[in-house]
Design a protein. Structure first.
Length: 121
């Protein structure tokens, strides 16, 4: 799933200007529920890809509330992995292994791709 084009400024619903920030969305309410291991791993892979693609050191990764204290986003369950260095470490491991390439899939091919993924879940 892809939201806005990478060169578009994201809308955070808060007071800071996210120009130049790589924003990701995670399905869930992580102040109320835990973060599944598979979702954490996918987040680390995506952020590792972005770090390599845009030449950003993983140590620069921050949570939404670091820029906008009026929000609790990304929630305690996600933020704990940022604050304790787990997510950064996972990003570095992914970079060392070699990041996966992002593939753009559109239209009927995208629908089939999602259908195939759901069949394996």
């Amino acid at each position: 799933y892809e939201g806005r084009p990478i060169d578009a400024v994201g809308d955070t619903g808060t007071s800071y200007d996210p120009t130049g920030h790589f924003l990701i969305a995670a399905e869930g309410s992580f102040s109320e529920q835990g973060l599944p291991a598979a979702q954490l791993a996918a987040m680390a892979e995506l952020l590792a890809w972005a770090a390599v693609t845009y030449n950003v050191d993983p140590s620069e990764m921050r949570g939404h509330k670091d820029w906008a204290p009026e929000t609790s986003c990304p929630g305690n369950a996600v933020y704990a992995h940022i604050a304790n260095g787990t997510l950064e470490s996972m990003m570095r491991d992914a970079i060392t292994r070699g990041v996966k390439q992002v593939r753009v899939v559109c239209s009927d091919a995208a629908k089939q791709y999602v259908k195939d993924l759901e069949a394996t879940a």
